[in-house]
Design a protein. Structure first.
Length: 268
């Protein structure tokens, strides 16, 4: 009886392990296909590749359009991410700690980009930024990316604020510290995991944003995702696979840095 139960338990574990392996394989297979196809010497994506070549990475580096798009996306990432994190952190703190009328309406307004279709949001931003005279500029793209990424920062920071013991802030202020000093010295260190998680979400959202960027970009401010979208529509060679491999390597590098410095578990 005991052996039958042990056998059943082992078979169940084996089935669960096999199912998990299949899920991971299903998720990793598209990445594997893209990565291997990027090294194909053929003038079109092919899997498995018939040889090994770096010609598409060389073509990518020699293409002025791709390099311009990479610089635009990198600059957007550097500017939009800290702005989004700062605004989202203060917004989440205000919604969690301050009492004022229409707080629920303000929170719904801040989180509305999560519910509004991206195409509608892009059209709306296009009208507003055109009226302001900054449509097609880098400033307009920054505003658009901040609007799209802000809800993610607000949600992650709000979760950290909800899990934080508010008595710590009360104790700090009872000892003579002001609200701003308590926020900097007590609240910020305690909600740091939520802020870092929001920064990761904001960076990923900004770097991969397509719908809004399609409406707000100009010929000299085309981001990498928009260029990929246009390139796939017009051309069919492994250059897109090469840029995808670079994205994958950057993502892995970011994950490694976060794991070594903060720990991925703390950001969950």
């Amino acid at each position: 009886m005991v052996s039958d139960r042990s056998l059943t338990l082992r078979l169940s574990r084996l089935a669960v392990t096999a199912a998990g392996a299949l899920v991971y394989l299903f998720l990793a297979l598209p990445v594997l296909v893209i990565a291997l196809s990027a090294f194909s010497p053929d003038p079109y994506p092919q899997f498995p590749p018939h040889g090994f070549s770096l010609r598409w990475f060389e073509a990518l580096m020699q293409d002025e359009g791709w390099m311009t798009s990479l610089s635009v996306s990198a600059l957007l990432l550097i500017v939009a991410t800290p702005v989004t994190v700062a605004l989202g952190t203060f917004a989440a703190w205000a919604l969690a700690r301050l009492e004022f009328r229409y707080r629920g309406a303000l929170q719904a307004f801040i989180l509305s980009p999560l519910m509004i279709p991206q195409v509608v949001l892009g059209i709306a931003l296009l009208y507003v930024l055109t009226a302001a005279g900054i449509a097609g500029s880098l400033s307009g793209l920054v505003i658009g990316h901040v609007v799209v990424a802000l809800p993610y920062v607000v949600r992650t920071v709000s979760v950290s604020l909800a899990a934080m013991d508010r008595r710590l802030e009360a104790v700090s202020m009872s000892l003579g510290a002001g609200r701003w000093y308590s926020f900097r010295k007590v609240t910020l260190p305690l909600i740091k995991p939520g802020i870092m998680a929001g920064a990761v979400f904001a960076a990923v959202t900004s770097f991969g944003e397509v719908s809004v960027s399609l409406f707000l970009s100009a010929p000299d401010t085309i981001t990498v995702p928009v260029r990929v979208f246009n390139y796939v529509d017009q051309t069919f060679d492994p250059t897109v696979n090469a840029i995808s491999v670079i994205f994958i390597l950057l993502a892995v590098l970011i994950l490694v840095v976060i794991e070594k410095t903060l720990g991925l578990v703390k950001l969950m």
